[in-house]
Design a binder for this molecule. Structure first.
Ligand code: DX5
Ligand code: ZN
Length: 214
């Protein structure tokens, strides 16, 4: 069995030392760097936008896993693409033209994903199966790191794995992942997990990445 991919979220990193944090993440064996873009409208927090992605891209040895929590992501998609995102997910309910947008991302050679909030049924992914490379299953309501995993989301992993069976689509879980609950997620077939607090708030972040992957 392949090991799960870990995408630490910069939301919980030390923003005064992002270059160091990025270097550490690749040295610690992380697989991607999760970049949470929040506009204060789709979700209650404001983080960063395209210029930050461009800046991170200049120094990151790891792929940038960009998660857009913004309304009308179509307004900024060209810029997130040219900024150097390696994967881009957005919330389909925030967009007027989700399929068109997924195709635009893919035709730029970038992996496209749809993010599914905890209160949205997993079966919405069915209409996007021909248009996506991954599903970002939210384990918390978007906005902040360090929230508690909503345990009802666990069953959605099985459901998404069922819908994606035989297709080249991976399932990534975002929000509330810990060293304690990731075992069950792996057992259910999860392919990738975002981990903010579980890595950056750990006494030994390097050991935390290792434990999450183990
Ligand atoms: C939630 C973000 C998540 C969050 C994960 O708004 O989309 O990526 O930073 O953080 P943890 O792992 O701390 O729940
Ligand atoms: Zn995220």
């Amino acid at each position: 069995m392949e090991t799960i991919k870990i995408s630490p979220s910069l939301l919980s990193a030390d923003w005064m030392n992002l270059q160091q944090e990025l270097d550490n993440l690749s040295a610690w064996g992380a697989d991607m760097v999760h970049c949470d873009v929040i506009d204060g409208v789709f979700a209650p927090n404001i983080t960063f936008g395209m210029p930050m992605i461009s800046a991170l891209k200049k120094v990151s040895k790891l792929p940038l896993d960009v998660h857009l929590m913004i309304v009308e992501p179509e307004r900024y998609m060209d810029k997130f693409i040219s900024a150097g995102s390696d994967t881009i997910s957005f919330h389909p309910e925030a967009s007027k033209c989700p399929k068109q947008l997924l195709n635009k991302i893919r035709s730029s050679g970038i992996k496209a994903g749809i993010a599914i909030n905890p209160d949205i049924p997993a079966n919405v992914v069915k209409e996007f199966l021909d248009d996506i490379d991954y599903i970002l299953l939210m384990g918390v309501f978007p906005g902040f790191g360090g929230q508690k995993f909503i345990s009802e989301v666990m069953d959605k992993i099985d459901e998404c794995k069922k819908y994606t069976y035989g297709r080249d689509i991976y399932v990534e879980l975002d929000g509330g992942v810990t060293v304690d609950n990731i075992g069950e997620m792996k057992w259910r077939g999860l392919d990738a997990a975002v981990a903010g607090n579980a890595v950056f708030a750990a006494p030994d972040p390097k050991a935390a990445v290792k434990a999450l992957k183990a």
